[in-house]
Design a protein around this ligand. Structure first.
Ligand SMILES: Nc1ncnc2c1ncn2[C@@H]1O[C@H](COP(=O)(O)OP(=O)(O)OP(=O)(O)O)[C@@H](O)[C@H]1O
Length: 253
């Protein structure tokens, strides 16, 4: 089943027939997906369903056995762990992706994106002195530094406490509104997906088994009937609740 977005503009990401196996284990199985320019897509799936593998392929960190993943422009990635180099100050970490530019230009751009994520006061700090939330902001700043057309986020909020996570949601939405990259956000958290995404997709057995556009304007109330119905639907596709409760909920929603 092909999952294509009907759009008049060419997609920012075009994935066709993607297949990745590890030995006999088929992780991605003939996967098709389009992401529109400026679209924020959340990717849900059970542990081991291949979410990170897909993201790594898009980031150029892994190769599929067959199929294509085309990106219109540059991609940057932020991981669950901030992955800051401990022997470099925050601004130098943020400037790492700006190879080919002079040191002064890297510093200037690092200062710009650090201001954007609210970390100006940590410009010259060592990574070890940052809180978890600050380190994740620095990681986001590094991903933004080269002004990517595609931002790949691999569970960047999952290790954060609930309040910091909400702050990060707001930050990502602000950055996204301002720069309008396409975003692919890998998450385990159905509510996070429903709060942030234009479209939520579910990966299982190497394929996209469900997708749910989320038309509600932001900020979103998670108790809204439409969102609540989508949550039950998504949980059913993740195998967390019985499919019949989706139907029951739909009838009452
Ligand atoms: N380098 C590798 N060598 C062998 N198997 C791998 C490798 N990378 C991933 N896998 C396997 O591929 C499957 C998918 O892994 P992946 O990390 O993409 O899943 P995921 O959906 O991101 O999981 P999680 O939510 O737990 O992070 C898993 O079964 C994993 O063990």
């Amino acid at each position: 089943m092909a999952h294509r977005l009907i759009t008049s503009t060419p997609p920012a990401v075009r994935i066709r027939g993607l297949r990745r196996t590890f030995g006999t284990h088929v992780v991605l199985d003939d996967l098709d997906l389009d992401i529109a320019p400026g679209e924020l897509v959340a990717l849900l799936g059970r542990s081991g369903s291949g979410k990170s593998t897909l993201l790594r392929i898009l980031a150029g960190l892994d190769e599929p056995q067959s199929g294509t993943a085309e990106i219109d422009g540059a991609a940057s990635v932020a991981f669950q762990e901030p992955r800051l180099l401990p022997w470099r100050r925050v601004a130098d970490n943020v400037g790492l992706g700006l190879r080919g530019r002079g040191r002064a230009e890297r510093r200037r751009r690092a200062a710009e994106v650090l201001a954007e994520v609210g970390l100006t006061d940590k410009t010259d700090a060592w990574p070890v002195t940052l809180s978890g939330g600050q380190a994740q902001r620095a990681s986001l700043a590094r991903a933004l530094a080269n002004d990517p057309e595609l931002l790949l986020l691999d569970e960047p909020f999952s290790a954060l406490d609930a309040l910091t996570r909400i702050e990060m949601h707001e930050l990502v939405l602000r950055v996204w509104r301002e720069h309008r990259p396409s975003v692919l956000l890998v998450t385990h958290d159905v509510d996070e997906a429903l709060r942030l995404a234009d479209r939520v997709i579910v990966l299982a057995e190497g394929r996209i088994v469900h997708e749910s556009p989320v038309p509600a304007p932001r900020p979103r109330a998670l108790h809204d009937a439409d969102i609540a119905r989508r949550r039950v639907e998504l949980l059913a596709h993740l195998g967390v609740v019985e499919p019949q409760s989706t139907t029951a909920h739909q009838e009452t929603a």
